[in-house]
Structure formats: structure tokens, C-alpha cells
Design a protein around this ligand. Structure first.
Ligand code: ADP
Ligand code: MG
Ligand code: MG
Length: 536
């Protein structure tokens, strides 16, 4: 192995191990120093006062609102209940009933010490649905009622508290411009159509990410502006543990950069084809297929068709969970519309895409069929390994070749592949009215507990080795050069400004919390008094 590659790999492995406080710059406190509250006046005037956004969706906002509520003894029980409801979501099936009843006992019974009066009227219905179907979202209406209550007077008062002022300081930090100096760079991970992808680490927090660079000259030469912005905007909109997450979008002199969840376990193509006998063990097949299915359902709920499902685009993280990546070809459908356009990778294209008909989510369910097939058989359904058929030949096979199933396929596996690989999208599994729900309830997934999977409570069947770097050696990844003769002008700058929006609030706040920076910095004065930086 090449020395350079070894050096770069070990630097990356060390950075990953130290991820968290060890990876922070020694100047991290300086980098994250709160602006004085008087510098937040403008922000205070312009920030939208929306309870759900400020106190539920934004992770730091939620924490500060809860800290505020804890300063009011009459709200302690409400906070206790919110916390219990969150715990309920991650309970194992067999514990749901008893834990659910304990919630009712603690908070909904008028004799209980922690009684929350506004919920008394839901007691009976909660008992009944807990008895009947403990794995459903039993406390949905309670949670809504609780938030409705908190969004009134408590939220109003919160906005006059030092906790809200502190929230403004965090927001101000969040909005600091992002530049290449925000990050430390490690090795090259891969190459894409418009540029390279590098491992990087936020200096202030130590968090590792993958930075996908789109070279400005290449984007311009191939008119990729619309595509780049589309990818960025869709990434910003999605929020699923099964799709890569965007943390920052910024620009450098030469590139537009998307900073994404670091996926260090390699892609599924690598695991199917480069780790011994082609194909995957069956527990891994169920597990990956189920996670991809959840990712697709999330995208589809946002009216996004992914259009590029294939093993290369499914990446593993350190714990062996997968995420769908590369939203470059994804499109958002305007209400009820269909799209047309032959995009994707020919080997994995659905028949209706190939024949240039209008289509919708159906293309992705076909893609899932191809993926499951390939994970089991170790080769894609319409192409032998290493074979490069002409495109006319591929089209013929996809639109008319009968599928062959070896004895590696169980009865359920054959059935789900046949369902998903139905040529007519009208009859395809996932496209017959109930959408992804029908796919999840297929017997192929009988061993998967989707509720727990979506709550992030299922352990992956395979964990990547933390000392390995699952990607090509650096010297084997072709170099990406700046094109000569492409001139960048004012119109380009306007487009770059649209792209360069900096931190994505939800991701940035999670990063600060996960790395412990939030906890260490978010201190107030003695006995909860206002510290100097919050003194108006
Ligand atoms: P393109 O849209 O140009 O094809 P991709 O998003 O597919 O670019 O990225 C190119 C390559 O970079 C991938 O094949 C993979 O090797 C690597 N890569 C992309 N995203 C990540 C990530 N989040 N974590 C680790 N590696 C990644
Ligand atoms: Mg790609
Ligand atoms: Mg792409």
C-alpha cells in the first residue's frame, strides 16, 4: 500500500476516534464566544415568533424553553410529562403497555402528585387505546394539548426571559458566515460529477463531516447551477435518519460546498461486491432494505422522487446504519403532478422511465426491487457482473426479460422482488394506493420492527471496523482540476449567494448538543442569575 495513503488514512482514523471534545481546536471557546445580547437586537426584531419552530423543532430552542419552564414550579409536571412521552416513543413493544399505564397513573390521575389537570379528559381514551394497540401513538392528542397549552402564556413569558436572550445569542453564533477556515480537512473520500468529496472536521466542535465540493468552473461549463441548487434545497428540507443530512452550505473561491453527514462505512456496492462472495447475508438484506424503505417513504412524504436508487448511493455510517445519499437527481413534484425525463443510471431505471412516460414515486419502488435483488443475488437483475451491455440491449431486458430467481431467494424474497419489479407501475408494490405502507407490511419484512427502526433503537447486524477506511485509496481516485477558460461573472455570483446560506439550523444545533459544546457553554450566573453577557 502506498505510504501517502497510509498516512492519510491513519490521520482520518485518529480524527474519527477523537471526534468530539478531543477534536476541538484549543481556541474553541473563543470561536463560540457569545455575542453580547445588545448585538442581538436586530435578530430579536426579525425572528419569527412561532412556538412550534422555536420551542419544539429547533434542538437548542427546545432545550432553552425547557430550562425556562423549569424555573417555574407550576410547569414542572408539564416538563416531566413531556419527558415521559419522549421515553415512551423508544420503549420496546413488550414494555409499552406498562410504561404507558405508568404515565397515566403519574400525570393523568387527579390524586397523583404530578397531576396535569388539562389532561384529565383524555385519561379514558388513552387507557382504551393503550389496552388495544400499545404500539400506536397512544398519547398523540395529549401531546398536542400539552403543546397547545405551553404555546400560550408560557411561550409569551419565555420571550421576556434570559433563556430566550440566550437563545438569540446561540442563533447569532449559528448565523456566523462559514468559510473554509471553519473546517480542518482530512483525506479525499471520493469523486463526483462536479468535484471531490473530502472528510472534514469542524474546528470549534470536533464534529466530522463529509464535504462535497462542486467546482464552480465545472458547474458553469455543464450548466449545473439548477441541479446544484436543487440538491442543496432538497437536502435542507429533508430530516430523516435514513437520508444524509446537510449541515452547512458555503462557498470558497473555487467551489460550492455541501457539508454532509459523514458516512464512514463505505457504500453498499462495496459491501455487496468487494467483501468476499458477492451478495449479503440475509439479516443485512432485510435491515438495509427496511432502512432504505423508510428513507424513501420520508422523501415521498415531501413529494420528492429520488430517482437514483442503486447500491453506490446507499452509504453506511460508523454504526452500520445506512442513509440514502446524492440527491442530485431528485425532484420535488408540484401537487399531484408527474415528471418525465430519462434520468438515473440505466441499469437501475424503471421501464416507465426508459420509455419516457410520465411517472412519480413508482420509479423509486422499482429501484428498491433492483437493490433487494442485487443484495441477495450479488448481481443486478438485468446485468451480469462486469458486463456492459449496449443501451438498446439494456432497454430490451428491462422492459421484457423474465426475472430469474436462484435458490438464494426465499419465497418472500421472490414475492417482494416480483412485486416491486412489476413492469406496469399501476400494479407495482408501493404504487397501489397505500404507498410505502404496503411495502413495509410485506412478509419479507416480518422480522423488522419498523416503529423501533424509525426511533433509531435497532442495532445494525454489521458494524464497520472503526480502524478501516472503506473507500478507494487516495491515489486511485482521479484528480479533479479547475477548468481553464471558464470566466465567472456577476450572474454567477448571484447564484452563489443563493447557495451560500451557511449553517442549517437543526443540524448545527444538534452538532453543538452532541459534541457537548452546548452543555459546557450554556451556563448562567450563580443561582440562575443573569450573567454579564446577558445584561442589557
Ligand atoms: P455525485 O452527485 O457527483 O455523484 P456523490 O454525492 O455521489 O457525488 O459523491 C461522490 C462520492 O463521494 C461517493 O461515491 C462517495 O464515495 C463519496 N461520498 C459522498 N457523500 C459522502 C458522505 N456523506 N460520506 C462519505 N463519503 C461520501
Ligand atoms: Mg453519485
Ligand atoms: Mg449526484
Amino acid at each position: 500500500m502506498d505510504i501517502d495513503n497510509m498516512v492519510q488514512n491513519s490521520a482520518l482514523v485518529r480524527a474519527r476516534e477523537g471526534g468530539g471534545s478531543k477534536g476541538r481546536s484549543w481556541k474553541w471557546r473563543e470561536m463560540l464566544r457569545f455575542p453580547h445580547i445588545s448585538e442581538c437586537r436586530e435578530l430579536a426584531k426579525t425572528i419569527e415568533r412561532n412556538y412550534d419552530d422555536l420551542c419544539v423543532k429547533q434542538p437548542i430552542g427546545k432545550k432553552l424553553f425547557q430550562l425556562y419552564c423549569m424555573t417555574r414550579p407550576e410547569l414542572h409536571n408539564h416538563m416531566g410529562l413531556l419527558d415521559a412521552l419522549e421515553q415512551f416513543e423508544t420503549k420496546e413493544d413488550k414494555e409499552r403497555k406498562s410504561f404507558g399505564f405508568s404515565i397515566i397513573q403519574r400525570f393523568m390521575n387527579p390524586q397523583a402528585i404530578q397531576f396535569v389537570p388539562l389532561l384529565a379528559k383524555y385519561e379514558q381514551s388513552c387507557r382504551e387505546s393503550l389496552e388495544l394497540s400499545p404500539c400506536e401513538d397512544v398519547f398523540h392528542t395529549c401531546r398536542e394539548a400539552l403543546h397547545e397549552y405551553l404555546s400560550q402564556e408560557p411561550f409569551t413569558e419565555y420571550q421576556f426571559s434570559m433563556h430566550f436572550d440566550r437563545f438569540l445569542q446561540w442563533k447569532k453564533l449559528e448565523r456566523k458566515p462559514i468559510t473554509k477556515h471553519t473546517f480542518r480537512e482530512y483525506r479525499l473520500l471520493g469523486k463526483g460529477g462536479f468535484g471531490e468529496v473530502w472528510a472534514c472536521q469542524v474546528r470549534a466542535t470536533g464534529k466530522m463531516y463529509a464535504c462535497k465540493k462542486l467546482e464552480k468552473t465545472h458547474v458553469k461549463k455543464w450548466q449545473g447551477e439548477h441541479m446544484a441548487l436543487n440538491e442543496k434545497e432538497l437536502l435542507e428540507e429533508v430530516d430523516s435518519r435514513f437520508v444524509v443530512n446537510l449541515a452547512y452550505a458555503y462557498e470558497t473561491k473555487h467551489a460550492l460546498c455541501l457539508v454532509l453527514t459523514m458516512m464512514s462505512g463505505g457504500d453498499l456496492r462495496f459491501h455487496i461486491h468487494n467483501m468476499g462472495e458477492p451478495g449479503l447475508e440475509k439479516n443485512r438484506v432485510y435491515f438495509y432494505a427496511a432502512e432504505v424503505c423508510c428513507g424513501l417513504i420520508h422523501l415521498h412524504q415531501k413529494s420528492i422522487v429520488y430517482r437514483d436508487l442503486k447500491p453506490e448511493n446507499i452509504l453506511l455510517d460508523d454504526n452500520g446504519h445506512i442513509r440514502i445519499s446524492d440527491l442530485g437527481l431528485a425532484v420535488k413534484l408540484q401537487d399531484g403532478d408527474l415528471v418525465q425525463g430519462r434520468v438515473g443510471t440505466l441499469y437501475y431505471m424503471a421501464p416507465e422511465v426508459i420509455t419516457k412516460e410520465k411517472y412519480d414515486m413508482s420509479a423509486d419502488w422499482w429501484g428498491l426491487g433492483c437493490l433487494i435483488y442485487e443484495m441477495i443475488e450479488g448481481r443486478s437483475p438485468f446485468r451480469a457482473p462486469g458486463e456492459r451491455p449496449k443501451s438498446s440491449e439494456m432497454e430490451k431486458r428491462i422492459t421484457s426479460k423474465k426475472l430469474q430467481f436462484s435458490d438464494k431467494f426465499s419465497r418472500e424474497a421472490v414475492d417482494i422482488c416480483q412485486g416491486l419489479l412489476q413492469r406496469n407501475p399501476k400494479y407495482r408494490l408501493g404504487c397501489r394506493g397505500s404507498g410505502g405502507r404496503e411495502v413495509k407490511s410485506h412478509p419479507f419484512f416480518r422480522l423488522i420492527n419498523f416503529r423501533m427502526l424509525e426511533a433509531g433503537q435497532v442495532k445494525a447486524p454489521f458494524t464497520p471496523d472503526p480502524r478501516l477506511v472503506y473507500c478507494d485509496d487516495v491515489q486511485d481516485i482521479e484528480e479533479f482540476s479547475t477548468l481553464r477558460g471558464v470566466v465567472l461573472n456577476q450572474t454567477d455570483s448571484e447564484f452563489y449567494a443563493k447557495f451560500n446560506t451557511g449553517s442549517v439550523p437543526r443540524s448545527w444545533q444538534n452538532e453543538l448538543i452532541e459534541t457537548g459544546c452546548f452543555e459546557e457553554l450554556n451556563v448562567f450566573g450563580p443561582k440562575g442569575s443573569r450573567p454579564a453577557d446577558l445584561d442589557w
